[in-house]
Design a protein. Structure first.
Length: 313
């Protein structure tokens, strides 16, 4: 069975940065890219807040560059998903794509997070038929049409602004009476004539046949002013945050109350010696590309130290 010194699970900024550092330290890391090579940034528009790119950079290109940089120093980047893992003793055992078994002396978990859904049956019913959690992936299909974006954070504002350049009209469905997003994002939304914000609004359901043709909105839910209105839309975009991707761990790693991997605060160590976590999967607070990359760097340095301390050559 193949045995590796450092297995990196996930290929966002955290995973690739860990791979750059680990390969430069001669640890010969193996990276499994997972279901979405390059991670969430490959589905965003331009990244304007990563230091070093005064004009911004396309998310897909940036991840390509990070991968190439890791490979240049010898990181072995592979296609595949970790479908099972046994962290009960070292070397840890992992199964790739339900078939190949590998042993790993150390593991860096950098599996990121996935978009959350409201939990409406209609989201499943209309999956791929008007419901999406990625404006940059699917916005193209809604040129000249009407869409709605759910959420009031930075992601929702970013997606609404992006869609406003393609669609005829964009609704934002916001459950509170204010936007949580940063000032700069709010200003971008406010500068668009074709974005209408529905505050105090919740989505009760979607309708249409065979694809989405509208949404039923409840305003001021549970109060005497409660009203219901139907809006005609062709697309329904979720932008209500993310859930860390930890299901494959099967409860073997300690998580916090929100489901993020707990690290010891100062380092990237998890509760299992030899297992480290970096990026959005372990970061309920910052969730930025640059902070994920920083955590990836820390994880690789933590692995290096762990290997030395445990006499693993
Ligand atoms: P946030 O958690 O910041 O915002 C989620 C939004 O969705 C909130 O408005 C929340 O409402 C709403 N929401 C959550 N659950 C539901 C629900 N069940 N029904 C209706 N509405 C719901 O997530 P984001 O993805 O927007 O941002 C995550 C992080 O990434 C943030 O730190 C953000 O700053 C950062 N980010 C930065 C960007 C940039 O700077 N370029 C771009 C995108 C993200 P409520 O306010 O009521 O809780």
């Amino acid at each position: 069975m193949e045995r590796v010194k450092c297995l990196i699970i996930g290929s966002g900024p955290a995973g690739y940065t860990a791979a750059i550092y680990a390969s430069r330290a001669n640890i010969a890391p193996v990276v499994y890219e997972g279901m979405q090579p390059g991670g969430q940034l490959t589905t965003t528009t331009d990244i304007e807040n990563f230091p070093g790119y005064p004009e911004g950079i396309n998310g897909f290109e940036m991840m390509e560059d990070l991968r190439k940089q890791a490979e240049r120093f010898g990181a072995d980047v592979r296609t595949g998903e970790i479908t099972a893992i046994d962290l009960s003793k070292r070397p840890f055992k992992v199964v790739v794509d339900e078939s190949t078994e590998i042993e790993a002396e150390t593991v860096i978990i950098s599996t990121g997070a996935s978009a959350k859904y409201l939990g409406l049956a209609d989201e499943k019913k209309y999956a791929g038929m008007g419901v999406s959690a990625c404006a940059t992936c699917d916005g193209f299909f809604y040129r000249g049409k009407t869409v709605a974006v759910v959420g009031g954070g930075d992601t929702a504002c970013e997606e609404a602004t992006y869609l406003s350049n393609l669609a005829k009209k964009v609704y934002m469905i916001v459950r509170k009476d204010y936007l949580r997003a940063s000032k700069v994002m709010q200003e971008r939304v406010a500068s668009k004539d074709n974005i209408e914000i529905l505050f105090n609004a919740n989505t009760a359901g979607l309708f249409g046949n065979p694809a989405v043709e509208g949404a039923r909105i409840v305003k001021f839910k549970g109060t005497p002013e409660e009203t219901t209105l139907d809006i005609a839309i062709d697309g329904f975009f979720l932008a209500i945050g993310h859930k860390p991707n930890t299901d494959f761990l099967g409860g073997q790693i300690e998580l916090d109350e929100l489901g993020y991997i707990k690290t010891d605060g100062y380092t990237t160590a998890t509760n299992v010696p030899g297992v480290f976590a970096a990026g959005d999967v372990a970061d309920p607070r910052y969730r930025q590309a640059i902070t994920a990359a920083g955590m990836g760097c820390k994880a690789a340095l933590d692995v290096e130290k762990f290997l030395v301390e445990n006499g693993i050559k």
